[in-house]
Design a protein around this ligand. Structure first.
Ligand code: NAD
Length: 480
Protein backbone atom coordinates (compact mmCIF):
# COMPACT_ATOMS: atom_id res chain seq x y z
CA UNK A 1 0.00 0.00 0.00
CA UNK A 2 1.09 3.56 -0.70
CA UNK A 3 2.50 5.81 2.00
CA UNK A 4 0.95 9.18 2.78
CA UNK A 5 2.49 12.24 1.10
CA UNK A 6 5.79 13.17 2.75
CA UNK A 7 8.70 15.58 2.45
CA UNK A 8 12.00 13.73 2.27
CA UNK A 9 15.21 15.75 2.50
CA UNK A 10 18.49 14.15 1.47
CA UNK A 11 21.34 16.05 3.11
CA UNK A 12 24.32 15.12 0.96
CA UNK A 13 21.92 14.63 -1.94
CA UNK A 14 24.76 14.90 -4.47
CA UNK A 15 27.01 12.36 -2.72
CA UNK A 16 27.96 8.83 -3.63
CA UNK A 17 25.49 7.11 -1.32
CA UNK A 18 22.59 9.27 -2.48
CA UNK A 19 23.48 8.62 -6.12
CA UNK A 20 24.03 4.87 -5.89
CA UNK A 21 21.54 3.80 -3.22
CA UNK A 22 19.03 6.27 -1.84
CA UNK A 23 17.78 7.89 -5.06
CA UNK A 24 17.53 4.61 -7.03
CA UNK A 25 15.64 3.06 -4.09
CA UNK A 26 13.23 5.99 -4.02
CA UNK A 27 12.76 5.76 -7.75
CA UNK A 28 11.97 2.04 -7.66
CA UNK A 29 9.41 2.55 -4.89
CA UNK A 30 7.93 5.40 -6.90
CA UNK A 31 7.63 3.11 -9.94
CA UNK A 32 6.03 0.44 -7.76
CA UNK A 33 3.25 2.93 -7.00
CA UNK A 34 4.18 3.34 -3.36
CA UNK A 35 4.14 7.15 -3.30
CA UNK A 36 0.94 9.15 -3.36
CA UNK A 37 0.43 12.35 -5.31
CA UNK A 38 2.29 15.20 -3.65
CA UNK A 39 5.28 13.30 -2.27
CA UNK A 40 8.39 15.47 -2.41
CA UNK A 41 12.08 14.75 -2.37
CA UNK A 42 14.46 17.62 -1.68
CA UNK A 43 18.18 17.31 -2.29
CA UNK A 44 20.29 19.46 0.00
CA UNK A 45 24.02 19.79 -0.47
CA UNK A 46 26.77 22.34 -0.88
CA UNK A 47 26.85 22.53 -4.67
CA UNK A 48 25.04 25.41 -6.32
CA UNK A 49 22.86 23.33 -8.62
CA UNK A 50 19.32 24.64 -8.66
CA UNK A 51 16.33 22.38 -9.10
CA UNK A 52 16.88 21.88 -12.82
CA UNK A 53 20.49 21.01 -12.29
CA UNK A 54 19.60 18.55 -9.58
CA UNK A 55 16.97 16.85 -11.72
CA UNK A 56 19.55 16.38 -14.45
CA UNK A 57 22.00 15.00 -11.91
CA UNK A 58 19.41 12.54 -10.58
CA UNK A 59 18.33 11.45 -14.07
CA UNK A 60 21.93 10.58 -14.80
CA UNK A 61 22.32 8.73 -11.49
CA UNK A 62 19.19 6.70 -12.19
CA UNK A 63 20.36 5.76 -15.66
CA UNK A 64 23.50 4.39 -14.09
CA UNK A 65 21.94 2.62 -11.13
CA UNK A 66 18.40 1.69 -12.07
CA UNK A 67 19.01 1.03 -15.73
CA UNK A 68 15.84 -0.87 -16.72
CA UNK A 69 13.32 1.24 -14.86
CA UNK A 70 14.99 4.47 -16.02
CA UNK A 71 14.17 3.46 -19.59
CA UNK A 72 10.53 4.32 -18.91
CA UNK A 73 10.55 8.00 -19.91
CA UNK A 74 7.11 8.84 -18.52
CA UNK A 75 7.89 7.34 -15.11
CA UNK A 76 11.26 9.04 -15.04
CA UNK A 77 9.73 12.45 -15.80
CA UNK A 78 7.05 11.97 -13.18
CA UNK A 79 9.68 11.06 -10.60
CA UNK A 80 11.92 13.99 -11.51
CA UNK A 81 8.94 16.29 -11.02
CA UNK A 82 8.87 15.33 -7.32
CA UNK A 83 12.45 16.59 -6.90
CA UNK A 84 13.58 19.91 -5.58
CA UNK A 85 16.96 21.20 -4.46
CA UNK A 86 18.44 23.56 -1.91
CA UNK A 87 22.07 24.59 -1.73
CA UNK A 88 23.02 24.87 1.92
CA UNK A 89 25.87 24.65 4.34
CA UNK A 90 25.50 22.20 7.19
CA UNK A 91 27.99 24.19 9.24
CA UNK A 92 26.56 27.63 8.57
CA UNK A 93 23.15 29.23 8.14
CA UNK A 94 23.26 29.60 4.38
CA UNK A 95 20.30 27.93 2.65
CA UNK A 96 18.40 26.89 5.77
CA UNK A 97 15.57 29.45 5.58
CA UNK A 98 15.03 28.41 1.94
CA UNK A 99 14.81 24.78 3.00
CA UNK A 100 12.38 25.58 5.80
CA UNK A 101 10.20 27.50 3.36
CA UNK A 102 9.93 24.52 1.02
CA UNK A 103 8.54 22.15 3.63
CA UNK A 104 4.84 21.39 3.99
CA UNK A 105 2.98 21.61 7.31
CA UNK A 106 1.60 18.47 8.96
CA UNK A 107 3.55 15.90 7.04
CA UNK A 108 6.16 13.32 7.74
CA UNK A 109 9.55 14.99 7.28
CA UNK A 110 12.23 12.42 6.70
CA UNK A 111 15.75 13.83 6.82
CA UNK A 112 18.49 11.56 5.49
CA UNK A 113 21.92 12.43 6.87
CA UNK A 114 23.84 11.14 3.86
CA UNK A 115 26.94 13.11 4.82
CA UNK A 116 30.12 12.36 6.72
CA UNK A 117 29.62 11.70 10.46
CA UNK A 118 31.27 14.98 11.47
CA UNK A 119 28.18 16.72 10.07
CA UNK A 120 25.59 14.70 12.04
CA UNK A 121 25.67 17.02 15.06
CA UNK A 122 25.71 20.32 13.06
CA UNK A 123 22.76 19.09 10.98
CA UNK A 124 20.74 18.07 14.03
CA UNK A 125 21.35 21.45 15.64
CA UNK A 126 20.43 23.45 12.55
CA UNK A 127 17.27 21.45 11.92
CA UNK A 128 16.18 22.46 15.40
CA UNK A 129 17.35 26.07 15.15
CA UNK A 130 15.51 26.67 11.89
CA UNK A 131 12.26 25.26 13.20
CA UNK A 132 12.26 22.24 10.93
CA UNK A 133 11.79 19.71 13.72
CA UNK A 134 8.17 18.80 14.33
CA UNK A 135 6.68 15.77 15.99
CA UNK A 136 6.63 14.11 12.57
CA UNK A 137 10.26 14.81 11.72
CA UNK A 138 12.49 11.74 11.46
CA UNK A 139 16.22 11.59 10.91
CA UNK A 140 18.07 8.78 9.21
CA UNK A 141 21.70 8.30 10.13
CA UNK A 142 24.19 6.21 8.18
CA UNK A 143 27.17 4.32 9.43
CA UNK A 144 29.68 4.88 10.90
CA UNK A 145 27.78 5.56 14.11
CA UNK A 146 30.75 6.56 16.22
CA UNK A 147 34.33 5.37 16.18
CA UNK A 148 34.26 3.80 19.64
CA UNK A 149 32.02 3.74 22.70
CA UNK A 150 32.80 7.29 23.80
CA UNK A 151 32.13 8.87 20.43
CA UNK A 152 28.94 6.80 19.95
CA UNK A 153 27.72 7.95 23.38
CA UNK A 154 28.50 11.56 22.53
CA UNK A 155 26.66 11.27 19.23
CA UNK A 156 23.65 9.63 20.87
CA UNK A 157 23.59 12.41 23.45
CA UNK A 158 23.70 15.11 20.76
CA UNK A 159 20.89 13.52 18.79
CA UNK A 160 18.88 12.97 21.98
CA UNK A 161 19.12 16.71 22.72
CA UNK A 162 17.10 17.41 19.55
CA UNK A 163 15.05 14.27 18.85
CA UNK A 164 13.19 11.51 20.62
CA UNK A 165 14.58 8.02 20.11
CA UNK A 166 11.47 7.16 18.09
CA UNK A 167 12.52 9.85 15.59
CA UNK A 168 16.05 8.48 15.07
CA UNK A 169 16.57 5.81 12.41
CA UNK A 170 20.10 4.38 12.53
CA UNK A 171 20.67 2.44 9.34
CA UNK A 172 22.38 -0.91 9.16
CA UNK A 173 21.50 -1.81 5.61
CA UNK A 174 22.09 -5.51 6.31
CA UNK A 175 18.81 -5.48 8.21
CA UNK A 176 17.04 -4.35 5.05
CA UNK A 177 18.19 -7.38 3.09
CA UNK A 178 15.38 -9.73 2.16
CA UNK A 179 17.13 -12.89 3.36
CA UNK A 180 17.99 -11.35 6.70
CA UNK A 181 14.33 -10.77 7.33
CA UNK A 182 13.68 -14.25 6.04
CA UNK A 183 16.02 -15.56 8.68
CA UNK A 184 13.53 -14.32 11.27
CA UNK A 185 10.61 -15.77 9.29
CA UNK A 186 12.33 -19.15 9.10
CA UNK A 187 13.30 -19.18 12.77
CA UNK A 188 10.02 -17.96 14.21
CA UNK A 189 7.48 -18.98 11.58
CA UNK A 190 8.27 -22.70 11.64
CA UNK A 191 7.99 -25.35 14.31
CA UNK A 192 10.90 -27.25 12.83
CA UNK A 193 13.91 -25.15 13.79
CA UNK A 194 13.37 -23.39 17.08
CA UNK A 195 13.32 -26.52 19.31
CA UNK A 196 16.77 -27.40 17.91
CA UNK A 197 18.12 -23.84 17.99
CA UNK A 198 20.41 -24.11 21.01
CA UNK A 199 23.69 -25.56 22.23
CA UNK A 200 22.25 -29.06 22.69
CA UNK A 201 21.78 -29.44 18.94
CA UNK A 202 23.85 -26.74 17.29
CA UNK A 203 27.57 -27.47 17.16
CA UNK A 204 28.57 -24.00 16.02
CA UNK A 205 27.59 -21.12 13.75
CA UNK A 206 29.71 -19.48 11.04
CA UNK A 207 28.99 -16.00 9.77
CA UNK A 208 31.02 -15.01 6.72
CA UNK A 209 30.91 -11.69 4.90
CA UNK A 210 33.51 -11.95 2.14
CA UNK A 211 34.10 -9.12 -0.30
CA UNK A 212 36.03 -9.38 -3.55
CA UNK A 213 36.56 -5.63 -3.81
CA UNK A 214 39.16 -3.50 -2.04
CA UNK A 215 38.48 -0.19 -0.30
CA UNK A 216 37.23 1.59 -3.47
CA UNK A 217 37.40 5.40 -3.04
CA UNK A 218 36.98 5.09 0.76
CA UNK A 219 40.67 4.52 1.62
CA UNK A 220 41.07 7.50 3.89
CA UNK A 221 38.11 6.56 6.05
CA UNK A 222 38.89 2.86 5.95
CA UNK A 223 42.49 3.23 7.04
CA UNK A 224 41.27 4.84 10.26
CA UNK A 225 38.49 2.28 10.73
CA UNK A 226 39.49 -1.25 9.65
CA UNK A 227 37.32 -4.33 9.32
CA UNK A 228 36.44 -4.53 13.00
CA UNK A 229 34.83 -1.10 13.05
CA UNK A 230 33.62 -1.07 9.46
CA UNK A 231 31.98 -4.51 9.38
CA UNK A 232 32.02 -6.48 12.65
CA UNK A 233 30.73 -3.90 15.14
CA UNK A 234 27.67 -3.29 12.99
CA UNK A 235 26.81 -5.73 10.19
CA UNK A 236 28.17 -9.02 11.55
CA UNK A 237 26.96 -8.10 15.02
CA UNK A 238 23.44 -7.58 13.69
CA UNK A 239 23.48 -10.96 11.96
CA UNK A 240 24.79 -12.60 15.11
CA UNK A 241 21.96 -11.02 17.11
CA UNK A 242 19.27 -12.28 14.75
CA UNK A 243 20.71 -15.80 14.88
CA UNK A 244 21.14 -15.87 18.65
CA UNK A 245 18.28 -13.82 20.08
CA UNK A 246 15.35 -15.27 21.99
CA UNK A 247 12.01 -15.19 20.18
CA UNK A 248 10.57 -11.69 20.67
CA UNK A 249 6.96 -11.72 21.82
CA UNK A 250 5.99 -9.81 18.70
CA UNK A 251 7.59 -8.36 15.61
CA UNK A 252 7.68 -4.84 16.88
CA UNK A 253 10.59 -2.43 17.23
CA UNK A 254 11.20 -2.58 20.95
CA UNK A 255 10.40 -6.28 21.37
CA UNK A 256 12.94 -7.19 18.68
CA UNK A 257 15.59 -4.71 19.77
CA UNK A 258 15.30 -5.67 23.44
CA UNK A 259 16.17 -9.27 22.51
CA UNK A 260 19.08 -8.23 20.31
CA UNK A 261 20.48 -6.07 23.09
CA UNK A 262 20.39 -9.03 25.50
CA UNK A 263 22.53 -11.04 23.09
CA UNK A 264 25.17 -8.32 22.80
CA UNK A 265 25.31 -7.98 26.56
CA UNK A 266 25.81 -11.74 26.92
CA UNK A 267 28.81 -11.86 24.56
CA UNK A 268 32.03 -12.98 26.23
CA UNK A 269 35.09 -10.79 25.92
CA UNK A 270 37.13 -12.30 23.07
CA UNK A 271 40.46 -13.90 23.99
CA UNK A 272 43.41 -12.63 21.91
CA UNK A 273 44.13 -16.16 20.62
CA UNK A 274 40.55 -16.32 19.31
CA UNK A 275 41.15 -13.44 16.91
CA UNK A 276 42.94 -13.39 13.57
CA UNK A 277 43.67 -10.07 11.88
CA UNK A 278 44.75 -9.90 8.27
CA UNK A 279 45.74 -7.38 5.62
CA UNK A 280 45.78 -8.13 1.91
CA UNK A 281 48.98 -8.04 -0.12
CA UNK A 282 49.48 -8.24 -3.88
CA UNK A 283 49.49 -11.76 -5.30
CA UNK A 284 51.82 -12.98 -8.05
CA UNK A 285 50.18 -12.84 -11.44
CA UNK A 286 47.35 -10.55 -10.37
CA UNK A 287 46.90 -6.86 -11.06
CA UNK A 288 45.21 -5.76 -7.85
CA UNK A 289 47.43 -3.79 -5.48
CA UNK A 290 48.05 -4.74 -1.88
CA UNK A 291 46.22 -2.74 0.76
CA UNK A 292 49.12 -0.48 1.71
CA UNK A 293 49.68 0.54 -1.90
CA UNK A 294 45.96 1.00 -2.44
CA UNK A 295 45.57 3.46 0.44
CA UNK A 296 49.04 4.98 -0.03
CA UNK A 297 50.10 4.27 3.54
CA UNK A 298 53.17 2.00 3.44
CA UNK A 299 53.17 1.42 7.19
CA UNK A 300 49.45 0.89 7.72
CA UNK A 301 48.57 -1.76 10.30
CA UNK A 302 44.83 -1.50 9.61
CA UNK A 303 43.12 -4.87 9.29
CA UNK A 304 41.20 -5.65 6.12
CA UNK A 305 40.27 -9.09 7.44
CA UNK A 306 39.23 -10.37 10.81
CA UNK A 307 38.11 -13.78 12.06
CA UNK A 308 36.87 -14.31 15.59
CA UNK A 309 35.57 -17.04 17.81
CA UNK A 310 32.80 -15.61 19.95
CA UNK A 311 31.10 -17.14 22.97
CA UNK A 312 27.67 -16.24 24.33
CA UNK A 313 27.18 -16.77 28.04
CA UNK A 314 23.54 -17.63 28.39
CA UNK A 315 21.46 -20.81 28.77
CA UNK A 316 20.74 -21.18 25.11
CA UNK A 317 24.26 -20.82 23.73
CA UNK A 318 26.87 -21.58 26.39
CA UNK A 319 29.38 -23.96 24.79
CA UNK A 320 28.36 -23.26 21.17
CA UNK A 321 30.79 -20.85 19.53
CA UNK A 322 29.90 -18.40 16.82
CA UNK A 323 32.73 -17.85 14.35
CA UNK A 324 32.75 -14.56 12.49
CA UNK A 325 34.93 -13.64 9.54
CA UNK A 326 34.95 -10.81 7.08
CA UNK A 327 37.52 -9.46 4.67
CA UNK A 328 38.21 -7.53 1.52
CA UNK A 329 39.77 -8.73 -1.74
CA UNK A 330 38.95 -12.34 -0.95
CA UNK A 331 38.37 -15.05 -3.52
CA UNK A 332 34.70 -14.20 -4.04
CA UNK A 333 31.87 -11.99 -2.88
CA UNK A 334 29.78 -14.07 -0.55
CA UNK A 335 27.77 -13.43 2.58
CA UNK A 336 26.43 -16.51 4.28
CA UNK A 337 25.40 -17.72 7.70
CA UNK A 338 25.89 -21.44 8.35
CA UNK A 339 24.24 -23.08 11.32
CA UNK A 340 26.07 -26.39 11.74
CA UNK A 341 24.14 -28.98 13.74
CA UNK A 342 25.75 -31.73 15.81
CA UNK A 343 26.39 -35.22 14.52
CA UNK A 344 23.83 -37.92 15.21
CA UNK A 345 24.79 -39.51 18.55
CA UNK A 346 25.26 -42.96 17.02
CA UNK A 347 25.57 -44.24 13.47
CA UNK A 348 23.61 -47.41 12.80
CA UNK A 349 25.33 -47.61 9.39
CA UNK A 350 28.79 -48.31 10.76
CA UNK A 351 32.06 -46.45 10.64
CA UNK A 352 32.26 -46.42 6.85
CA UNK A 353 29.17 -44.28 6.57
CA UNK A 354 31.23 -41.35 7.83
CA UNK A 355 30.06 -38.47 9.95
CA UNK A 356 27.43 -36.16 8.62
CA UNK A 357 25.96 -32.96 9.93
CA UNK A 358 22.90 -30.99 8.98
CA UNK A 359 23.78 -27.47 7.98
CA UNK A 360 21.30 -24.65 7.55
CA UNK A 361 22.84 -22.10 5.18
CA UNK A 362 21.33 -18.66 4.85
CA UNK A 363 22.86 -16.93 1.82
CA UNK A 364 22.64 -13.15 1.78
CA UNK A 365 24.53 -12.75 -1.47
CA UNK A 366 24.89 -13.72 -4.17
CA UNK A 367 22.02 -16.05 -5.07
CA UNK A 368 19.94 -15.25 -1.99
CA UNK A 369 18.29 -18.25 -0.48
CA UNK A 370 18.24 -20.83 2.26
CA UNK A 371 19.56 -24.38 2.01
CA UNK A 372 19.25 -27.21 4.49
CA UNK A 373 21.86 -29.90 4.05
CA UNK A 374 20.44 -33.31 4.87
CA UNK A 375 21.94 -36.77 4.76
CA UNK A 376 20.40 -39.44 2.55
CA UNK A 377 21.32 -42.79 1.08
CA UNK A 378 23.48 -42.68 -1.99
CA UNK A 379 21.33 -44.11 -4.78
CA UNK A 380 22.36 -47.57 -6.01
CA UNK A 381 22.06 -51.27 -5.33
CA UNK A 382 25.00 -51.62 -2.94
CA UNK A 383 24.85 -51.30 0.82
CA UNK A 384 23.88 -48.09 2.53
CA UNK A 385 26.31 -45.28 1.85
CA UNK A 386 25.42 -41.82 3.05
CA UNK A 387 25.72 -38.60 1.13
CA UNK A 388 24.78 -35.01 1.89
CA UNK A 389 22.34 -33.25 -0.39
CA UNK A 390 20.87 -29.76 -0.21
CA UNK A 391 17.19 -29.17 0.36
CA UNK A 392 17.29 -25.96 -1.56
CA UNK A 393 15.02 -23.01 -1.08
CA UNK A 394 16.60 -20.70 -3.61
CA UNK A 395 13.92 -18.08 -3.87
CA UNK A 396 14.19 -17.80 -7.63
CA UNK A 397 13.16 -21.44 -8.04
CA UNK A 398 10.57 -21.69 -5.31
CA UNK A 399 8.83 -18.40 -5.99
CA UNK A 400 9.31 -17.86 -9.72
CA UNK A 401 10.64 -14.68 -11.30
CA UNK A 402 8.76 -12.50 -8.81
CA UNK A 403 10.53 -14.24 -5.95
CA UNK A 404 13.86 -13.76 -7.65
CA UNK A 405 13.42 -10.02 -7.64
CA UNK A 406 14.63 -8.80 -4.29
CA UNK A 407 14.11 -5.19 -3.56
CA UNK A 408 17.37 -3.53 -2.60
CA UNK A 409 17.79 -3.13 1.15
CA UNK A 410 17.39 0.64 0.84
CA UNK A 411 13.97 0.27 -0.79
CA UNK A 412 12.65 -1.52 2.23
CA UNK A 413 14.37 0.81 4.70
CA UNK A 414 13.23 4.02 3.02
CA UNK A 415 9.61 2.90 3.19
CA UNK A 416 10.01 1.88 6.84
CA UNK A 417 11.29 5.37 7.64
CA UNK A 418 8.29 6.94 5.91
CA UNK A 419 5.96 4.63 7.82
CA UNK A 420 7.76 5.19 11.11
CA UNK A 421 8.64 1.54 11.64
CA UNK A 422 11.95 1.19 13.52
CA UNK A 423 12.12 -2.61 13.76
CA UNK A 424 14.93 -2.85 11.21
CA UNK A 425 16.92 0.09 12.60
CA UNK A 426 19.39 0.09 15.47
CA UNK A 427 18.47 1.60 18.79
CA UNK A 428 21.01 3.82 20.55
CA UNK A 429 21.64 1.40 23.42
CA UNK A 430 22.26 -1.44 20.96
CA UNK A 431 24.95 0.53 19.16
CA UNK A 432 26.62 1.45 22.44
CA UNK A 433 26.57 -2.15 23.67
CA UNK A 434 28.18 -3.28 20.42
CA UNK A 435 30.96 -0.72 20.85
CA UNK A 436 31.42 -1.73 24.48
CA UNK A 437 32.19 -5.25 23.25
CA UNK A 438 34.34 -4.10 20.30
CA UNK A 439 36.46 -1.47 22.07
CA UNK A 440 38.58 -3.82 24.26
CA UNK A 441 39.43 -5.93 21.20
CA UNK A 442 40.74 -2.91 19.32
CA UNK A 443 42.45 -1.48 22.40
CA UNK A 444 44.19 -4.84 22.85
CA UNK A 445 45.62 -4.63 19.33
CA UNK A 446 46.73 -1.08 19.86
CA UNK A 447 48.42 -1.73 23.19
CA UNK A 448 50.24 -4.80 21.83
CA UNK A 449 51.23 -3.04 18.61
CA UNK A 450 49.59 -5.89 16.70
CA UNK A 451 50.50 -6.23 13.03
CA UNK A 452 47.93 -7.98 10.83
CA UNK A 453 48.88 -11.21 9.05
CA UNK A 454 49.33 -10.81 5.30
CA UNK A 455 47.02 -12.70 2.94
CA UNK A 456 47.11 -12.66 -0.82
CA UNK A 457 44.55 -10.85 -2.89
CA UNK A 458 42.07 -13.43 -4.21
CA UNK A 459 42.69 -15.94 -1.40
CA UNK A 460 40.40 -17.09 1.42
CA UNK A 461 42.28 -15.05 4.04
CA UNK A 462 45.25 -15.64 6.35
CA UNK A 463 46.19 -19.25 7.12
CA UNK A 464 45.87 -18.48 10.83
CA UNK A 465 42.12 -18.27 10.32
CA UNK A 466 42.18 -21.92 9.18
CA UNK A 467 44.14 -22.81 12.31
CA UNK A 468 41.59 -21.03 14.49
CA UNK A 469 39.04 -23.58 13.25
CA UNK A 470 41.34 -26.57 13.08
CA UNK A 471 42.27 -26.21 16.75
CA UNK A 472 38.58 -26.83 17.45
CA UNK A 473 38.38 -29.75 15.00
CA UNK A 474 36.23 -27.70 12.70
CA UNK A 475 36.65 -26.08 9.30
CA UNK A 476 35.30 -23.07 7.52
CA UNK A 477 32.68 -23.87 4.93
CA UNK A 478 33.76 -22.64 1.47
CA UNK A 479 33.48 -18.97 0.58
CA UNK A 480 32.09 -19.55 -2.89
P1 NAD B 1 30.18 11.88 -0.37
O1 NAD B 1 31.46 12.52 0.05
O2 NAD B 1 30.10 11.25 -1.71
O3 NAD B 1 29.02 12.97 -0.31
C1 NAD B 1 28.96 13.92 0.71
C2 NAD B 1 27.76 14.84 0.50
O4 NAD B 1 27.71 15.74 1.59
C3 NAD B 1 27.83 15.70 -0.76
O5 NAD B 1 26.53 15.78 -1.29
C4 NAD B 1 28.25 17.07 -0.23
O6 NAD B 1 27.76 18.16 -1.00
C5 NAD B 1 27.60 17.07 1.11
N1 NAD B 1 28.29 17.97 2.04
C6 NAD B 1 29.57 17.89 2.47
N2 NAD B 1 29.84 18.91 3.32
C7 NAD B 1 28.72 19.64 3.43
C8 NAD B 1 28.36 20.82 4.14
N3 NAD B 1 29.21 21.46 4.94
N4 NAD B 1 27.11 21.26 4.01
C9 NAD B 1 26.21 20.64 3.22
N5 NAD B 1 26.49 19.53 2.53
C10 NAD B 1 27.73 19.05 2.62
O7 NAD B 1 29.81 10.86 0.80
P2 NAD B 1 28.98 9.49 0.68
O8 NAD B 1 29.90 8.44 0.20
O9 NAD B 1 27.73 9.71 -0.06
O10 NAD B 1 28.69 9.13 2.21
C11 NAD B 1 27.68 9.78 2.98
C12 NAD B 1 27.55 9.06 4.32
O11 NAD B 1 27.16 7.73 4.12
C13 NAD B 1 28.85 8.98 5.12
O12 NAD B 1 28.52 9.04 6.49
C14 NAD B 1 29.38 7.62 4.78
O13 NAD B 1 30.22 7.10 5.78
C15 NAD B 1 28.08 6.85 4.70
N6 NAD B 1 28.19 5.64 3.89
C16 NAD B 1 28.48 5.71 2.56
C17 NAD B 1 28.54 4.55 1.81
C18 NAD B 1 28.81 4.60 0.33
O14 NAD B 1 28.78 3.54 -0.28
N7 NAD B 1 29.09 5.74 -0.24
C19 NAD B 1 28.29 3.32 2.41
C20 NAD B 1 27.99 3.28 3.76
C21 NAD B 1 27.93 4.45 4.49
Amino acid sequence: TAVDPFDLVIFGGTGDLARRKILPALYRRFCAGQFREGARIIGAARADLGTRGYRAFVAEALREAAAEEAGDAAALDAFLATLDYVSLDARGDRGWPELAAKLTEDRVRACFFSVGPSLFAPLAERLRRHGIVTDRTRIVVEKPFGHDLDSARALNATLAAHFHERQIFRIDHYLGKETVQNLMAVRFGNMLFEPLWNSLFVDHVQITVAEAVGVRGRGEYYDRAGAMRDMVQNHLMQLLCLIAMEPPSKFDPDAVRDEKLKVIRALDPVQPHHIVRGQYVAAPGRDEPGYREEVGNPRSTTETYVALKVGISNWRWAGTPIYLRTGKRLVARSSVINVVFKHAPHSIFGEDAGQHANILSIRLQPNEGITLQVTIKEPGPGGIRLIDVPLDMTFAEALGPEGAHHPDAYERLVVDVLRGNQTLFMRGDEVEAAWAWTDPIIEGWESRGDVPKPYEVGSTGPTDAELLMRRDNRRWLGIR
